[in-house]
Design a protein around this ligand. Structure first.
Ligand code: PRP
Ligand code: ADE
Length: 237
C-alpha cells in the first residue's frame, strides 16, 4: 500500500466512525467496534488517524447489514405509515458509504449516468455517481428554465392527479448505460416514469436501487419493466 492509499484508507475509516457515532455514545461505539472509547474519540475528532490494520477492520465491517441497521435507526414512520428519511438523505457522508456496498451487493455494472428524481433522490444519486465516476441526472416535476428540449414522462396516478417528470434531453445520450436510483420506492410510479425517461433517451438500464422499499409493490413494478438487477438497502412492510 503506498502512502496515498494508506491515507485514503485511514480517512475512510474515520468517515465510517463518524457516521456510526451520529447515533451512538463513545461507549456504544466501543462496543460495536471493539476499540477503546478514548481512541475512538481521538479518531472522530481528527486528532489522530487509526493505523492501517485498525482502519481496514473498521472499513471492512461496514457491510450491507451494518448500513441497513444504521438506516433503520435513522428513519421514522408517522401514524399513517409515511417515512421521514431526512436523517438519511440529508447526510451525504452516510450515502457515500452506501454507494460501494450497494454496488457490490446488487452487482450493478458501472453506468455512464445515474438517473434519479428530484428532490429526495438527489443526494443518493450524487453519492452513487461519485462512486462510479458517472454523470448524475435528475428529473424534476417542473421544467428547468432556459432548457429547450426535454424528455418528459407523464402518468395518471390512482388519485387521478397527473404526475410529469422532465429531464433536459442533453442529460442522456443514446446508448448510455443508466442506473436508476431513488431514496424510496413505494408504489413504483416514480420509478416507472424514470425508467420510461431512460427508454425514451435510448439508454440501457443497468439497475434500479433504492435506500428504502416500503412494501413490495414498487420493487415488483420496477422488475416488471426491466431485467436489470433491482434492489433496496432495506424493505419496510
Ligand atoms: O414509489 P412512489 O410511490 O412513486 O414514491 C417514491 C417517491 O416519492 C418520494 O418523492 P416525492 O414525490 O414525495 O417528491 P420529493 O422527493 O420532492 O419529496 C420519493 O423521493 C420517491 O421519489
Ligand atoms: N415519505 C414517504 N413515505 C412513504 N411513502 C411515500 N411515498 C412518497 N413519499 C413517501
Amino acid at each position: 500500500m503506498n502512502r496515498a492509499e494508506k491515507a485514503a484508507l485511514q480517512l475512510q475509516a474515520v468517515a465510517v466512525l463518524r457516521m456510526l457515532k451520529e447515533t451512538r455514545t463513545y461507549e456504544e461505539l466501543s462496543a460495536v467496534t471493539g476499540l477503546p472509547a478514548g481512541d475512538l474519540n481521538r479518531y472522530v475528532n481528527g486528532h489522530v488517524l487509526p493505523g492501517t490494520d485498525r482502519a481496514s477492520e473498521v472499513v471492512e465491517s461496514v457491510g450491507r447489514e451494518a448500513l441497513a441497521d444504521e438506516l433503520v435507526a435513522r428513519v421514522e414512520f408517522d401514524d399513517e405509515g409515511y417515512v421521514d428519511n431526512s436523517g438519511v438523505v440529508f447526510d451525504q457522508s452516510f450515502l457515500d458509504l452506501v454507494a460501494p456496498v450497494a454496488a457490490e451487493t446488487f452487482e450493478f455494472e458501472s453506468p455512464d449516468v445515474v438517473l434519479t428524481a428530484a428532490t429526495d433522490g438527489i443526494t443518493l444519486g450524487a453519492a452513487m455517481a461519485s462512486f462510479f465516476d458517472a454523470r448524475l441526472a435528475y428529473a424534476k416535476k417542473s421544467k428547468e428554465t432556459a432548457v429547450e428540449e426535454f424528455i418528459e414522462s407523464r402518468q395518471r396516478l390512482a388519485s387521478g392527479i397527473e404526475l410529469t417528470y422532465y429531464l433536459p434531453a442533453s442529460a442522456i445520450d443514446a446508448g448510455d448505460t443508466v442506473l436508476v436510483v431513488d431514496d424510496l420506492i413505494r408504489s413504483g410510479e416514480t420509478q416507472e416514469l424514470l425508467l420510461d425517461i431512460a427508454l425514451q433517451g435510448d439508454a440501457d438500464v443497468t439497475g434500479v436501487f433504492a435506500l428504502i422499499a416500503v412494501g413490495d409493490e414498487g420493487m415488483d413494478r420496477a422488475r416488471a419493466i426491466t431485467d436489470a438487477p433491482v434492489g433496496a438497502l432495506t424493505t419496510f412492510e
